[in-house]
Design a protein. Structure first.
Length: 494
């Protein structure tokens, strides 16, 4: 009998592996890489498309309106992550949410590439925001279901997956910027659409053999009799928003601020719901209170960090000497330096925190230092305030983006982890939603800040960077000073 069992095991095909991981990781790695390629590639040229003149292929908006749209769009992506989570939990399940989200992303890029003017812009950005929010959330849920909870390969698998995000973020702006420089905006949007199409085709081709049953279950199905109510509600909300914008009741330059306000209100409502719930223990309520200063620090940080796509985009376009080893970079390609630094230093930071163990900084100190670093980075703009075209050397922006990256590595992955640690047991997903809303609010505020940036006046430019930089440093100092109180309120969470 033993020989028969051994023979049966030998005849079973061995599971294919991807760097020692389930082969489904390779499929998810690919679709996430191409989704990030298309997302960051498009975003790297979006601001220019909005404010370049019609004769240059753009829409001719003023810069305040353009940067407000970019900020609002970035914030909307994180809000759509919550919508996608609801759809995944109640209607489609994670795997089908992932598939259809990828389809919607591709459709959005096609609309941007082929439909001219404001119609293509509105339809394209809404589709990409909805789709990217869906891919962002559901891909990681499906990935998690490829492993058992105690599988020792799990953390390594997520690290490999995160590398796909950064590879896409690196090559998206590089290639999209190159195509845009040769053929114009719609060619750039087109290459983003092709990238997403490649990712989707690869996913569909490998779907049955690699993903199998992972992510197919709908955790909390919505009764079919309720579908029409939610669909009608969504149509009404979208209709009201479109009507308010079309009639001029809501000005375009207000969009980023409105998005940030909605995100902050969502944070307040979600925190109050958890704090007042009978399912939340006294210790968990203490952690919620201690988490609030860190949320404020996260919003402040991302308001500056996400200015890569607003203020720094304008700066790279109008002030930067973009020559590199005899080549002329396009403004969008400058945004590839951040993912380069992430790829180079994320492993170093992970190893450093592992090595330090309990001796590493607390979350409050990490958040505080991150804000101080990104605030300090803005002072490196001051010697070049009021300069003309090509007046700022490329190495200055590279150095500033390096500091941005160090701040990001201190705060962003720590923030993701912290949200899961401070969450009440009954509201783990809800607390992560709070963190996503903080990122959303900061991202939207980067568009609002762009409306106050005036590169035509040396005094105004100098004052802008000093005020924003000092504000971030003050937030950082306050967080460090509050570290003992925050540690006390977080109880056993660092």
């Amino acid at each position: 009998m033993t020989n028969q069992n051994a023979l049966a095991q030998e005849e079973q095909p061995k599971e294919r592996k991807f760097f020692g991981q389930p082969w489904g990781l390779a499929n998810l790695f690919g679709v996430e890489l191409w989704e990030r390629f298309s997302f960051y590639g498009m975003q790297s040229i979006l601001a220019f498309y909005l404010y370049y003149s019609v004769s240059e292929g753009g829409l001719g908006m003023n810069k305040a309106q353009a940067l407000s749209i970019v900020g609002a769009y970035g914030g909307l992506v994180y809000m759509c992550s919550l919508v996608a989570s609801w759809v995944s939990d109640r209607i489609l399940g994670p795997e089908r949410t992932l598939m259809w989200s990828a389809v919607i992303v591709m459709l959005g890029h096609i609309l941007l590439a082929l439909v001219p003017g404001y119609a293509g812009l509105a339809l394209g950005l809404v589709c990409i925001a909805l789709g990217s929010g869906g891919v962002k959330t559901s891909a990681q849920v499906v990935l998690g279901q490829l492993y058992s909870r105690d599988d020792p390969r799990r953390d390594a698998g997520f690290s490999i997956f995160y590398m796909g995000v950064n590879i896409g973020g690196l090559f998206g702006p590089l290639i999209t910027g190159w195509v845009f420089g040769m053929g114009g905006f719609h060619w750039g949007f087109g290459i983003a659409a092709i990238g997403m199409a490649l990712g989707l085709a690869q996913y569909l081709a490998m779907r049955k053999t690699t993903i199998k049953e992972a992510g197919h279950k709908v955790p909390n199905p919505l009764p079919r009799s309720e579908y029409w109510k939610w669909a009608l509600g969504a149509v009404v909300v979208v209709g009201i928003v479109v009507a308010l914008i079309a009639t001029g009741t809501i000005h375009v330059e207000w969009l980023s601020t409105i998005t940030a306000i909605i995100a902050v209100l969502a944070i307040v409502v979600l925190l109050l719901q958890m704090y007042n719930s009978n399912l939340t223990s006294a210790v968990e309520k203490s952690r919620i209170v201690g988490y609030i200063p860190l949320l404020i620090g996260g919003i402040a940080f991302f308001a500056i960090f996400q200015s890569q796509f607003t203020i720094l985009a304008v700066y790279s376009d109008q002030r930067l000497d973009r020559s590199l080893f005899g080549f002329e970079l396009t403004p969008g390609q400058v945004q590839s330096f951040n993912p380069i630094f992430i790829i180079l230093f994320s492993g170093i930071f992970a190893a450093m925190w592992t090595k330090l163990g309990n001796r590493q900084w607390s979350s409050a100190v990490k958040f505080g230092v991150a804000n101080m670093i990104i605030g300090l980075s803005l002072f490196f703009f001051l010697p070049y305030a009021g300069g003309g075209e090509n007046s700022t050397p490329l190495y200055v922006i590279v150095w500033i983006l390096f500091l941005f990256t160090i701040g990001e590595l201190l705060l962003s992955p720590v923030g993701n982890s912290l949200a899961t640690k401070v969450a009440p047991k009954a509201f783990e997903s809800r607390m992560f939603a709070v963190w996503l809303m903080a990122v959303s609010a900061g991202t939207a505020l980067s568009g609002t800040l762009g409306g106050y940036y005036d590169p035509t006046s040396a005094d105004a430019e100098r004052q802008f960077f000093v005020i924003i930089g000092v504000a971030a440093i003050v937030v950082g100092i306050v967080l460090v000073l509050l570290r003992k109180w925050i540690a006390k309120m977080l109880v056993d969470v660092r």
